[in-house]
Unconditional design. Structure first.
Length: 152
């Protein structure tokens, strides 16, 4: 399966239902064909990637082409989830785009030091979000070459 395969999902991890809905609408407006899967916190993300709990079936929880990760969430925040993902050889190659309301220099530095591929502050208008999602689509789904998933 090619990393540019439209069957590979985009994972969005965000506890805010409105932000998830707006992101989905913005991605669909940009004709993103990939499935978009939503998780509500870092703990759920880690369970998904490790195929634990309700995510044991690889067909319903395939490795994503990239992850959109909020930082501020309950249970396990995005900072801790990013640490876990990038410390695990099985998951560290999955691109992670931090998409958050935070503009704190500390969060930007920590995210990149932990292995985030990008850090983006959430746009305030829907039009700006559509533009951002177009850029993400073009870059992560059409331009870059990503390694194929390793066979286990």
């Amino acid at each position: 399966m090619s990393p540019k395969d439209s069957a590979l999902p985009i994972l969005m991890v965000d506890d805010d239902k409105d932000d998830r809905l707006m992101a989905e609408r913005a991605l669909r407006k940009n004709r993103v064909l990939n499935p978009i899967l939503f998780l509500e916190d870092g703990e759920e993300l880690v369970n998904y990637l490790r195929r634990q709990g309700k995510y044991t079936d690889p067909k319903s929880s395939p490795t994503p082409c990239f992850i959109l990760l909020d930082l501020n969430m309950p249970r396990m925040d995005g900072r801790r989830a990013l640490e876990i993902i990038k410390a695990d050889p099985q998951f560290k190659r999955i691109p992670v785009v931090v998409l958050t309301t935070s503009q704190a220099e500390e969060d930007i530095v920590r995210s990149y030091n932990t292995g985030a591929n990008s850090f983006i502050t959430k746009p305030v208008s829907f039009e700006s979000l559509v533009g951002l999602m177009e850029t993400l689509k073009n870059y992560w789904l059409e331009i870059v070459d990503l390694p194929l998933e390793e066979k286990k």
